[in-house]
Design a binder for this molecule. Sequence first.
Ligand SMILES: [Zn+2]
Length: 510
Amino acid sequence: MKNPDNTPFTDANGSNNNNPQGAADANATHTTDTTIVAAPMESSAQAEADDPASAETSAPTSAGASATAPTATAPRRRWTKTLIAVPILVVLLVACGCAWAWQTRWRSIAVTVNGQRLEISAGMTVQQLMSANGDFNARPGRLLALDGTVLNDNGGDPASFTIDNRQVSPADWNSTRLPGDATVAVASGADVTEGHSTEYETVPRGVSVNVTGGVVQMVQSRGKDGKREVWVGDVSGQRVEKDVVEQPEDAQVVGVSPHPEGRNVIALTFDDGPSQQYTGPILDILKDKGVKATFFDVGTYSLAYPDEEKRMMAEGHEVASHSNTHAYLPGLSRDELRSELSAGLQNMQQASGVNTRMIRAPYGAFTADQWKDAYDLIDYNVIWSVDTKDWELPGAQAIRSAAVSGAYNGAVILMHDGGGNRDQDVAALPGIIDDLKGQGYEFVTISELLQMVGASAAPAEGDGAASDSGASASDGAGDGASGDGSASSSAASDSATMAAAASAASARQS
Ligand SMILES: [Zn+2]
């Protein structure tokens, strides 16, 4: 509220000091002079009327409107400045943003990709560049199996991307932006072959057989199996043979023709027994003459006539194997061969406790193939050097002449105590022994003969014979009865087959 008129106050102030209002007027006049835009309020005016002195003090403590009144112009200026500054700042920011965006995004830059110059937006990522250009025909490598077949068309190394010769991992393609003037190389990924584990498989040893002229064939060394590396594919499971890391060593089978130096020894041998009819009489003669011989027994006959075989053992003769059923061994498969040999050995052991790894193959038929299939089952295959041809039933005198005329130091004489009519063997034997004794011969078993020349087979590995045994053990006795007939004809062939070899051996010895 403004004072309506300054004049009356001035007049009153000067003319009438008694007027209580005068003091107020005078005071009012004073304030009027110094306050131009003040808007006295009722409370202030009342205070002036009551106490002039309070006017100055009351004003600052009065209600807000009158207190702020003196400084109200400053905020308005700041607001004005703000209203001007904010748009400027915004404009500046937008300008800066645009400049930044221009620099980093909107403008075009040039890059050279695989020798080709391309204009691209600044800020383009590797991934965007690749996607926009069909990956520049770069493909991931393939995942290959061990044998080279494709397991996965995209399973190999990823395509490679280099910026100025610096490789950018595919994981960084989305976050890596291309700089201007970059030289980029994009290439397909390499094929990758699957991982593998390594195993080893056995490379079976061979058997080297060199028995030419040997009366006794013997495993001189066992050799050893080799070892081959095999890769097994982690994904495909393929097994691929790699290098042989341990070469196998062949077993060695050699022929031995013993001629004990300074001795005059001879070995009598009897095949195809034991028999109930002839083994006993022959053992009687040997016992009477004090002579040791070697018997090659058929396994089935051992079971059939165990007492005869036990007597051979008890009287100091050597007992070895003549197979289980007198089979023609080269006619058998590997498994059949091993079964035939093992069963023969086992049946003898069962019948009389014979424990041997010495055989005489029926008909002397035992080639390098049989040795390869069974070198681990036996130590010796004993042939002969003097064939009495008793199987031809030439008469006792002829048998006696053949034995004596063919004799030499270390000779092995073939006769029979089973498998047919052996009457002539029984009849001839005493004269043979007498004649040979007369020539100064000493009778030895095969093992004794071999010992005299220091020939012994390499130690067996493990228990090979036992592992194959048992296959034919139960049928041994059953075959015994019918076996006689076949053994008889076998005995004939036995000698016939080996006649050439035997005579060759004899001739060489003579
Ligand atoms: Zn025979």
